[in-house]
Design a protein around this ligand. Structure first.
Ligand SMILES: C[S@@+](CC[C@H](N)C(=O)[O-])C[C@H]1O[C@@H](n2cnc3c(N)ncnc32)[C@H](O)[C@@H]1O
Length: 201
């Protein structure tokens, strides 16, 4: 995903749903840009602040609380934008994509990473077994009841998202948001989906 935004020497990058700033920190190593991370959850950002400080990247990364659906930035603010594991959490993915595109400069790059459901029946079977059986148990073993709940939530949440918003629908939603050259690639045997595009000039 990073490879789709680190070209053309971006000076200002927005990472939406930045969480604990993992992607923002990777971006500091692959670019010379100033990175803004935005997330709706203050607790995630608190942990993000700690990680940024520990990495010595406080001068490069600014973290702000806010919603992807209502970004607190003017139109055409950023040279590139990343978002990971966001669209399953918003009520209106198409409107959210339009909002992400709004803050990009014309020609700027955008890329995302999201879980996905494998397309082939063979890998879908194993994915289903993993997400419904192994993940909840592994969650319980590593993090107790709370992580078991996360493990039980994830598989059904991913399935429900793609029943409503297929990959084809998502590509069209990116295009309808004013993004061009939309590309997508399955990874991890179909369990992940990387997408990329540019804002139309
Ligand atoms: C699974 S975490 C991923 C965090 C980070 N992108 C990563 O890969 O480590 C999903 C994140 O999306 C954030 N989030 C959910 N809905 C959001 C929204 N409407 N606007 C901004 N952030 C949101 C959550 O607070 C959470 O930090």
């Amino acid at each position: 995903m990073i490879a789709h935004v680190d070209g053309h020497d971006p000076q200002a990058i927005l990472d939406v749903a930045t969480g604990t700033a993992g992607v923002a920190l990777v971006l500091t190593r692959h670019t010379t840009a100033q990175i803004t991370g935005i997330d709706i959850t203050e607790a995630m950002l608190r942990r993000g602040h700690e990680r940024v400080a520990a990495s010595g990247a406080a001068g490069r990364v600014r973290l702000v609380v806010g919603q992807a659906e209502r970004l607190p930035f003017p139109d055409n603010s950023f040279d590139a934008l990343t978002f990971t594991y966001l669209l399953r959490y918003v009520a209106d993915p198409a409107a959210t994509l339009r909002e992400l595109a709004r803050v990009l400069k014309p020609g700027a790059a955008i890329a995302s990473l999201e879980f996905s459901v494998p397309r082939t029946r063979f890998w879908r079977f194993w994915w289903w077994l993993y997400t419904r059986g192994i993940l909840p148990v592994a969650g319980y073993v590593t993090g107790g009841r709370e992580w078991s709940r996360v493990g039980r939530f994830l598989g059904p949440n991913i399935s429900a998202h793609y029943r409503r918003y297929s990959v084809g629908w998502t590509v069209r939603a990116w295009e309808d948001a004013g993004l061009v050259n939309v590309g997508s690639r399955s990874m991890s045997l179909g369990g992940g989906l990387v997408m990329w595009a540019q804002k139309s000039s």
